[in-house]
Design a protein around this ligand. Structure first.
Ligand code: SAH
Length: 242
């Protein structure tokens, strides 16, 4: 089936508004759309159902990250709490030179992501099942990623404890947030002082087509994260560092 002519138009026009030429990637996004729709018939994989919602709120919203220069390069990227593969899969489709690990705690979601990686023939995309609180303590994952991205996973004070331990020195964590991010950003320095994070910058943009505000919260990793972080599963959420 694939994307309709209207879906294709939204994707191309939205991409252009983000400074991206998505022409060469239409068949991959079309296939990913079909895979999501097929999976949604069987399980409640994603809440977004209409074609326009999937194109705008999954595909284009994921790609807003590429407006940041810090995604130019052959970086190792971790998508923390990827769900059905967002933002990680669109990033990997449009920037194949990125090596993308797609982490989620829900087995069903990781199974879908693995299926999509296979069906799309993506090389250098690694589905990973587990909790950030546990995986971040393993040597192969700790401070092992140049970029950690996360969308709709947790409040920032929780997210930085889950994400910064994965970021290599000199790397960045980027959280995708909606409007009204100021209250969430204000208390962050307290947590970042404990975790090795530096000065936060916020990049505001408008999501094409939907015309909604989005904020990309960028946290540089400036010092090594002490071994006690992240704390046990569930603790960061129950007792946030800020
Ligand atoms: N990023 C996706 C999914 C958001 S839903 C999107 O924007 O569409 C949040 C996801 O984060 C869920 O799939 C949940 O399983 C995962 N998650 C939440 N806390 C986690 C943790 N501590 N470790 C790993 N995954 C986590």
């Amino acid at each position: 089936m694939g994307l309709s002519p209207k879906g294709v138009r939204l994707l191309l026009e939205g991409g252009r508004a983000l400074g991206l030429d998505l022409e060469a990637h239409l068949s991959a996004f079309s296939r990913l759309y079909d895979l999501l729709m097929e999976a949604n018939l069987r399980t409640n994989l994603t809440a977004l159902r209409t074609e326009e919602e999937v194109v705008v709120k999954h595909f284009l919203d994921s790609l807003t990250l590429l407006t940041l220069p810090l995604f130019q390069g052959a970086w190792r990227v971790l998508d923390l709490g990827t769900g059905a593969g967002f933002p990680g899969l669109p990033l990997k489709i449009v920037r194949p030179e990125l090596e993308v690990t797609l982490l989620d705690a829900t087995k069903k979601k990781v199974a879908f992501v693995a299926h999509a990686v296979e069906a799309l023939g993506l090389k250098g995309a690694y589905p990973l099942w587990g909790r950030a609180e546990e995986l971040a303590h393993l040597p192969e994952h700790r401070e092992a990623y140049h970029r950690v991205v996360a969308r709709a996973v947790a409040p920032l004070c929780v997210l930085v404890e889950l994400g910064l331990p994965f970021v290599a020195l000199g790397g960045y964590m980027v959280a995708q947030k909606g409007p009204r991010v100021a209250e969430e950003v204000a208390p962050l320095p307290r947590a970042l002082a404990l975790l090795g994070g530096g000065l936060v910058t916020v990049h505001s943009l408008v999501l094409p087509v939907a015309q909604e505000e989005r904020n990309l919260v960028v946290v540089p990793k400036e010092a090594s994260t002490p071994a006690r972080y992240p704390r046990r599963p569930g603790v960061p959420e129950k007792n946030p560092l800020c």
